[in-house]
Structure formats: C-alpha cells, structure tokens
Design a protein around this ligand. Structure first.
Ligand SMILES: [Zn+2]
Length: 217
C-alpha cells in the first residue's frame, strides 16, 4: 500500500485536496471523519474523544493509533491511500514509521498545506455544515442555493462545534504546537512537498496533482 500523508492546519483546504485525489482513484482515510463516526455511534472511543474534539483538542494518540491500525488491518488496500489527519503528532508519526517497517505500508509523499493564520480564521468562521449529510458550505466562498439549507437534501446548515471562533483559535494553537513539528521531521526524509494553500482551490488542486502525479493509479 502506497501512502500519501496530508498535513495542514484546519481551514487550509485538506477536504478540497482529498476530494481531488479521491476523484483520481486515491483511497481517502480521514481520522477526523472516523472519530466523528465513533462519536455518533457512541462507542467507548467516541465517548472518550468527544469532549476533546469539541474543545479543539486532539484525541489520545493511543486511541487514534488503535483506530487507524484496526482499520488498515481490516482492509485490502493495494492501491494508493491518502492519510488525512494521521499522523497528527510525533508519537503518531513514529508509529507510522514503525508500520512502514513491519507491514506492506510504504510512505511515498508528505504534502504540507501552508497558510497564514489570518486566512485560516477567515475561512473557518464562515464554514457551515449540513446536519444530515455533512456537506460543507461557506458563507462567502461556497454558499448554498437557498440560505441555511443543504443543496443535496435540504438539511439545516449549522456551524460545527469545533468551528466556533474560540475553538478555532485553540485548534490552530494545538496544530502549531503538536503537528507543526512534523514538518521538520518529514523535511529530513526528503518526502516533504510544501504547497501554498492561501491560493484558490483550483490552483492548490492542480499543484497537488502535479506533485503526486507519478504515484496516481
Ligand atoms: Zn445535506
């Protein structure tokens, strides 16, 4: 299994990059989506993680590592996989390095989306999510056809608890403190590609596709 790791603060456009790669046949694994699923289902792991996520903190390394490895072991993934939200800390990165030694997981590329905090705050404060299907909209950049209603199913649009301003600030702090060090960690491996994510989503998308071209199915 070939793996691309996607690093970037909240609001940098990881979802856009993931969509673009999914369309090109890449399998997308989002730990954020997996955790929100655990929370909806009320599993033990979900219950443990809920408060942390709602307060802009990370779930426990042990929980995330268990969740990801369990998932990977249950899959027959021979193709190219995008890790979105994993690793998020040095402990998780070291676990991934260990997995590449002991399993058929092969790390090919690390994409880092770079974006100033000011831009991120502007993007996140306008984000609205459909309560029924999870589709994401933005007041300025991608508003729905009908105000406050999802284009797909008419569901109500709400601000995710972790997109509230105080929580967003904390998420950025946590990212800078815990995930930012991964940039230096991966720079030494020569696998790191830095992408200016303050540009339009089209520009970011084509830049990303160019960077991973040789690995695409
Ligand atoms: Zn919807």
């Amino acid at each position: 299994m070939n793996v691309i790791v996607l690093l970037g603060p909240p609001g940098a456009g990881k979802g856009t990059v993931a969509d673009a790669l999914t369309k090109r046949g890449v399998h997308h694994i989002s730990t954020g989506d997996m955790l929100r699923q655990e929370i909806r289902e009320g599993t033990k792991l979900g219950l443990r993680s809920k408060d942390k996520l709602n307060h802009g903190l990370f779930a426990d390394d042990t929980d995330v590592i268990t969740m990801v490895t369990d998932y990977l072991m249950a899959q027959k993934l021979d193709d190219l996989v995008l890790f979105d939200g994993f690793p998020r800390t040095l402990v998780q990165a070291e676990k991934l390095a260990e997995l590449t030694q002991t399993t058929h997981i092969h790390l090919t590329t690390v994409l880092r989306l770079k974006c100033p905090d000011q831009v991120l705050l502007g993007r996140l404060s306008g984000r609205r999510t459909c309560v029924s299907c999870g589709a994401v909209y933005h007041d300025l950049f991608s508003p729905p056809d009908v105000h406050g209603r999802c284009d797909h199913d008419g569901g109500a649009l709400a601000q995710r608890v972790d997109d509230e301003p105080a929580t967003v600030k904390r998420r950025l702090d946590v990212y800078n403190r815990l995930t930012r060090p991964l940039v230096d960690y991966y720079r030494e491996t020569k696998m790191l590609h830095e992408i200016d994510a303050s540009r339009s989503s089209e520009e970011v998308r084509s830049d990303v596709l160019l960077k991973v071209k040789e690995f695409l199915p």
